[in-house]
Design a protein around this ligand. Structure first.
Ligand SMILES: Nc1ncnc2c1ncn2[C@@H]1O[C@H](COP(=O)(O)OP(=O)(O)OP(=O)(O)O)[C@@H](O)[C@H]1O
Ligand SMILES: [Mg+2]
Length: 281
């Protein structure tokens, strides 16, 4: 039998090395792709866990918001009931007493009817009736801003701004170039409620001496801005989970396809911007 030549030995050695190299390259590729797969699975799991946590936070916020809205509704009912009882009840009683007094005076035959006194009595009854009508309007407005249906959103915002100034003493201006805007009943109510909550916050937290309400239009969006010159809302207050007034405002805007931006400048004031699409998106 012939001996294998040196060349053949070399061929066998090189072939074995090549096979070993290819084998280890293959093993390394498998290991590497496995590691990548595990890494991507871990990332997916982390994203999933984060989404779950976010969802839990949203769910908690939603639950708190619902409870908050319920308590606001309850509080409003209590306020309205008290106002109807205290104000309207009292005014109507006074009117009734005045009328029966007048009736008695007129019915007293022996006494000569004093025309000027009777006119004065009638005048006071009429003034009381006026006060009652004003009270009824005020209570009805608190229930549902009927001013919106009567005046439209733009004038209703102007009216609310004026009322805010006379209620709080904070100098309040309303600036707009818009003459007419048709937002529909629900959208107008939502924008009006956002304004009311923002102004209430100014009165309660800002320690401002001036507030400016601005209404504008950008393309298809209505922009409502409320700028005060108070202490300025902080980042912590903005991100606090129990800031339910702010959350409610955001929810209202989001529901309409819009958004709320709030910016606080320490010691200089707060700017709240609500952007709401004019047409239902
Ligand atoms: N214009 C503002 N200037 C300064 N701080 C503000 C202003 N508006 C809101 N804040 C701060 O942000 C917080 C959150 O406001 P938010 O309306 O959510 O709650 P609230 O007014 O305290 O209670 P409510 O749930 O009854 O509205 C307030 O407690 C206040 O500290
Ligand atoms: Mg509030």
């Amino acid at each position: 039998m012939p001996e294998p030549t040196t060349d053949l030995w070399w061929l066998i050695i090189i072939g074995t090395i090549a096979l070993l190299l290819i084998g280890s390259f293959f093993i390394m590729t498998v290991l590497f792709s496995q590691k990548r797969f595990i890494k991507s699975q871990r990332e997916k799991l982390e994203i999933l866990e984060k989404n779950q946590r976010d969802m839990q936070v949203s769910r908690d916020q939603l639950r708190k918001l619902t409870a908050h809205l319920e308590s606001i509704r309850e509080e409003e009912r209590t306020n309205i009931a008290r106002e109807i009882h205290d104000e309207l009840g009292q005014l109507m009683t006074v009117i009734k007493m005045d009328v029966s007094l007048l009736k008695r005076k007129i019915q007293t035959k022996e006494k000569i009817l004093n025309i000027s006194e009777t006119a004065k009595d009638l005048q006071s009854i009429s003034a009381l009736a006026d006060t009652t009508i004003q009270s009824i309007r005020r209570i009805a407005t608190a229930l549902r801003p009927e001013i919106l249906d009567e005046l439209g959103l733009i004038d209703a915002i102007g009216w609310e701004t004026n009322m805010f100034q006379s209620r709080t003493g904070v100098k309040s201006d309303f600036v707009t170039n818009l003459e007419k805007i048709d937002l529909g009943r629900d959208r107008s109510t939502a924008v009006f409620r956002i304004l009311q909550e923002t102004l209430t916050n100014v009165a309660r937290h800002a320690y401002a001496s001036e507030v400016c309400v601005m209404l504008d239009r950008e393309a298809n969006d209505l922009i409502l801005k409320v700028q005060d010159n108070g202490k300025g809302i902080t980042e912590t207050e903005l991100s606090r989970e129990r800031s339910l007034g702010l959350l409610g405002m955001r929810e209202r805007a989001l529901f309409l396809g819009g958004e709320i931006n709030i910016f606080g400048d320490h010691g200089k004031g707060t700017l709240v911007t609500a952007r709401v699409p004019i047409k239902n998106p």
